[in-house]
Design a protein around this ligand. Structure first.
Ligand SMILES: [Fe+2]
Length: 446
């Protein structure tokens, strides 16, 4: 078995007392549902420091418990199932060391996989041997701690990454300039973090439009990812038209909304850039729906459940060649109840008929109340978008709208869509590139 099964003072190896490591069967162990028992000191190798995590194999090799011993002395521990550990092995036969892609499927792992031995090595990796196929692999201890899933509690309503906001944000809009974002990685990181964590940011100092086919917002979008082309084109114009096909192209005020809820998936970022804004009115409004969801669930969990359980219908038809439609909940959640996104757009909300008869009246009450919260002035950030400025919203979270504007003067915007996956990728890569240079902005600094 080599060094895996050899006691080593520097490598606390835990296996089952009295059991042969070469045995394919490990029995008389703790039931799966039972909490780890207290450990006696003689169950661990001598020579371990007080902070060295202690390993305990339980339940016939189906569970590994790590007692963290991280100085808190509070019995903190985490349990991991054998099948999960085997699936997350970090050896080069399990996961490509270059790109991190998994090289096996679950069918390559025996269904009766069990932990035969687990040994902490000096590199802070746990070396495993699994039965019945004598598979050797290892997993980094810090990785295991970062990815623990035992007793981590119910997920919060919102991801811990999220910062919600109300109208107080108007006094300090998250913003940068095009030049800063282009030339200074620190500024770009911070700007992208604003979008990632607050779902909203402004950029000023865009290049002026040099000719009719020049779209400055596309240059800005290159900083965060890629444009998402739709039936509206790569870039769409937002200004008064004589025969508007969409209310966004008139001078009426617009209730705050997310764009294109009738698509599946929706564009997850929207960018609106200003070329001219001389009209009276026409201020931009943004609202953090996640703050509204916090309020809704606190005052009426039933309303929250209705809007996150039953599907609304969203529909958009233009002439004879476009008919976009989908059925989705207004508040999307994980199965554990963490909010992942919202769709709210009165203009595109179609006939509601995916809600049971007994729930329909309450659904309308919930829908009405959610709309009232979203239109509460305490949540609205209103600002004038000036020429050569743009703002970006997370279109699965931050609603946008505008106040009405006069027909005199010109209000002319360019709009476009992009997606958060590319933004998150760009942010992750930038953090990796600049974290060692002291240039990175920690998420808490965003
Ligand atoms: Fe819109």
């Amino acid at each position: 078995m080599g060094q895996i099964d050899e006691p080593n003072l520097m490598r606390p190896m835990i296996s089952l007392p009295g059991l042969n490591h070469n045995s394919a069967q490990i029995d008389r162990m703790t039931p799966m549902t039972q909490k780890p028992r207290a450990l006696s000191s003689n169950e661990f190798s001598n020579g371990t420091s007080a902070d060295t995590p202690k390993l305990e194999i339980q339940n016939s090799g189906n569970v590994l418990t790590i007692h963290w011993n991280d100085g808190r002395n509070d019995g903190t521990h985490s349990r991991y199932h054998a099948i999960w550990l085997r699936d997350n092995g970090q050896d080069p036969d399990t996961r490509d060391p270059g790109n991190g892609q998994k090289l096996i499927t679950l069918q390559n792992i025996p269904a009766d996989t069990a932990i035969r031995s687990a040994t902490l090595n000096p590199q802070s990796q746990i070396e495993f041997v699994f039965s019945p196929d004598n598979k050797h692999t290892h997993i980094d201890l810090n990785w295991l701690k970062a990815n623990r899933y035992d007793d981590v509690g119910d997920p919060t309503l919102l991801s811990e990454n999220i910062i919600t906001w109300g109208r107080e944000l108007a006094g300090d809009l998250p913003r940068t300039t095009f030049q800063q974002a282009t030339e200074d990685p620190k500024c770009l990181i911070q700007w992208l973090e604003h979008i990632d964590r607050r779902g909203f940011a402004v950029m000023s100092g865009l290049p002026s439009q040099s000719h009719v086919n020049h779209y400055p917002i596309l240059e800005a979008i290159k900083l965060l990812g890629y444009v998402r082309e739709t039936n509206y084109g790569q870039v769409f114009e937002v200004r008064t038209e004589t025969n508007p096909v969409n209310l966004a192209y008139t001078g009426q005020g617009l209730q705050v909304h997310t764009d294109n809820p009738y698509r599946d998936p929706v564009p997850t970022l929207q960018i609106l850039g200003c070329l001219q804004n001389e009209a009276d009115g026409g201020d931009s409004i943004v609202v953090d729906s996640f703050r509204a969801v916090e309020i809704l669930r606190k005052e009426s969990p039933d309303y929250f459940e209705l809007l996150s359980t039953f599907h609304a219908r969203f529909d958009y038809q233009q002439s004879n060649d476009i008919h976009l439609h989908t059925s989705k909940p207004m508040i999307a959640c994980t199965p554990q109840g963490q909010v992942t996104g919202i769709r709210f757009n009165n203009r595109s909300c179609h006939t509601l008929r995916d809600i049971p008869f007994a729930k329909m009246e309450d659904y309308y009450r919930a829908y009405r109340r959610f709309g009232q919260i979203l239109e509460d002035p305490q949540l609205a950030v209103t600002f004038k978008l000036n020429p050569n400025e743009l703002f970006v919203v997370d279109n699965t979270r931050v609603l946008h709208g505008r106040t009405a504007y006069s027909s005199t003067g010109t209000r002319w915007l360019h709009g476009a869509y992009a997606d958060k996956d590319s933004l998150k990728s760009r942010l992750s890569v930038l953090r990796q590139q600049y974290s060692d240079s002291g240039i990175t902005a920690h998420p808490n600094n965003a």
